[in-house]
Design a protein around this ligand. Structure first.
Ligand code: FAD
Length: 389
């Protein structure tokens, strides 16, 4: 099979890239052993928060573009994504934090993010059951939640409807000739392509290192708790300054609690076990923020695996400067917040690899920054690693 672009990994990111490549008129193959997002992938485990505030400035252009796309994305892809625009509150409870809140909101507004400052009374009108400590908040009315698995599958389907080839296989090797990518070898044959994009989430680092390329990435074992269902009482999604908390109520009435609590990765790396103290810690933080959770039991707890970059923003672009053959790209390292930006990442990566105009939205996110950005564990840069290796 010969296509313009082969994409390794069909999570929400790879599938979005595939859809947008087909929209440009180029052709692609989307390679993944799984027919649907499966545990423990990030798209399978994701909380589905659609949040544009409190992002690194390097993600501002992506998040603004994504926020423009979410309201009409279901119509564009022709299927329900579970998107609900209930807003997002980032709450502060310490008067000492309000100055920083104001400064952040002002900077984000200048960047085009539609965020407002709410005082105590206004935020209690939007979230009447919020805990007594809530003092003020940044509020993005257009944010909300969507279903990550539905969204990932919607991008896959829309890509194949436009001619993308879904290839059920596991990529084993990148093929190259004369310093240029020529395709990939999978466990079920080869795909010929002049461009390859690796969007294999938490599997990316080991794939790259088996091909001799080091990209600093750490495994996150992000924990989620789903409570029993209750009457609908919470419209916005909530995060809280200084607390490891993200909270939302799903359309079925269950509360979904996350915010950075971690499970424990197994020695095999692609499985995990729960850490009971993290479950207790997460529940306690959520109950303080939303006291009516005291009455609800836990329905389930799981973790999704995600790659985190040392500076907390993704690597998006060519790997050539890290010693990879020309034509090898990646979209990885979403560090726990890649879902909201997925529509914009797909669009920009498609433009990048097909020679179109990405509108500058990928600036500052290039993988080449790993040459100067120290690794989490070793403290070394990719340049040092390459020199050592
Ligand atoms: C618990 C949790 C909660 C989150 N909550 C939010 C949130 O509220 N808001 C937000 O914006 N973001 C959130 N995120 C982040 C977001 O979900 C991720 O950034 C996003 O899903 C990443 O998608 P992905 O396609 O890069 O990776 P994945 O979904 O992990 O997909 C990688 C794919 O690669 C495939 N693959 C692996 N190896 C190979 C191979 N050799 N060949 C072919 N295919 C291969 C896998 O089968 C998999 O399908 C959360 C993440 C987690 C884990």
């Amino acid at each position: 099979m010969t296509v313009d672009v082969a994409i390794i990994g069909a999570g929400v990111i790879g599938a979005s890239i595939a859809y947008h490549i087909q929209k440009t008129g180029a052709t692609c193959a989307l390679v993944d052993p799984e027919p649907v997002p499966r545990a423990p992938s990030a798209t399978w485990g994701s909380a589905g928060g659609v949040r544009s505030q409190r992002r690194d400035p390097r993600e501002w252009r992506l998040t603004v573009r994504a926020a423009q796309r979410w309201p009409s994305l279901a119509d564009e892809l022709g299927t329900d994504l579970g998107f609900i625009s209930g807003g997002h509150l980032h709450v502060v409870d310490d008067p000492a934090d309000t100055e920083a809140l104001d400064a952040r909101i002002a900077a984000e507004r200048r960047a085009g993010i539609e965020v407002e400052r709410l005082g105590t009374a206004e935020l209690r009108m939007i979230a009447p059951g919020i805990g007594p400590a809530a003092l003020a908040a940044g509020y993005t009315a257009g944010d909300g939640q969507a279903d990550p698995q539905l969204t990932g599958m919607a991008f896959r389907r829309a890509a194949t409807e436009r001619g993308a080839v879904l290839y059920r296989g596991r990529a084993r090797q990148v093929l190259e000739h004369g310093g240029r990518v020529t395709g990939i070898e999978t466990d079920d044959g080869s795909v010929r392509a002049g461009t390859v994009v690796i969007a294999a989430g938490s599997w990316t680092a080991s794939l790259l290192s088996s091909w001799g390329i080091h990209l600093p990435l750490e495994l996150r074992v992000a924990q989620m708790i789903l409570t029993e269902a209750a009457e609908q009482a919470l419209n916005p999604t909530i995060t809280w300054e200084g607390r490891r908390l993200s909270l939302k109520q799903t359309p079925s009435g269950n509360y979904l609690i996350g915010g950075g609590w971690q499970g424990v990765s197994s020695p095999l790396r692609h499985s995990y076990r729960l850490d009971p103290s993290a479950v207790r810690g997460s529940l306690a933080a959520a109950r303080e923020a939303w006291p009516r959770l005291e009455e609800l039991g836990i329905a389930s707890v799981w973790c999704g695996l995600e790659s985190e970059s040392p500076d907390g923003v993704p690597y998006l672009g060519s790997l050539a400067e890290l010693g990879a053959p020309t034509g090898l790209h990646t979209a990885v390292g979403f560090s726990g917040h890649g879902f909201q930006i997925a529509p914009a990442v797909g669009e920009a990566m498609a433009a990048l690899v097909t020679g179109g105009d990405d509108g500058g939205v990928l600036e500052g996110l290039e993988p080449a920054r790993a040459l100067t950005c120290p690794d989490h564990t070793t403290g070394e840069t990719s340049a040092a690693w390459r020199n050592a290796g």
